[in-house]
Design a protein around this ligand. Sequence first.
Ligand code: DX5
Ligand code: ZN
Length: 219
Amino acid sequence: MRIQPSILSADFVNIQAGIESVASADAVHVDVMDNHFVPNLTFGPEMVRRVQAVSPIPLDVHLMITDVDRWAPGYAELGAFSVTFHAEATSDPVGLARTLRSLGARAGLALKPGTDVTPYLELLPEFDQLLVMTVEPGFGGQSFMTELMPKVAAVRSAIDAGSLEVWLQVDGGISTETIGRAAEAGADTFVAGFSVFGASNAAEAIGDLRAAAEAAHSH
Ligand code: DX5
Ligand code: ZN
């Protein structure tokens, strides 16, 4: 059970302190948005390069951008542990995954809530992570979409059937209230923005999320 706080909900003029406050997490989730793939804008490679330089934990980069073939490899080159791009943003997901892996990063594939997972299940061996979005990508602090749990379960079945070592990540609306549902459906990697950075004690919030996920998983 991996917890990955999203710096989308951190103080953008004090990102370094924000990351240090979540150093007990497994990775820091970095949401790159281009105001084109999603109707919001965050930061690009130069910012992420500095975040990589100061972060005590690995970077899980989530690209909500178009033109991924042009931009994604740069995030692997700057040292990100994992680089996830959207299936909706490329016509060659396997080619890009192979490029990312050859550059030393884990390769992730993300699906918006409305995207059918079925055609992507056979591509799972080409990836290290599959991200099932549990909100419409673009903004933090939205409500968890429980109706996506059958999709999570379908991915879990395919991972287990193939004995694959693919991490199954969920992102959007994860809190101590909702994380159990995602864990029961088969998720093992949880992004949390508002529920960590909106808490009075981020380290405590991470511990609470981890405990809730583990409790649900051992059911
Ligand atoms: C949304 C981003 C998420 C966001 C999650 O498009 O991909 O990573 O930060 O924020 P919360 O946990 O607040 O829903
Ligand atoms: Zn994200």
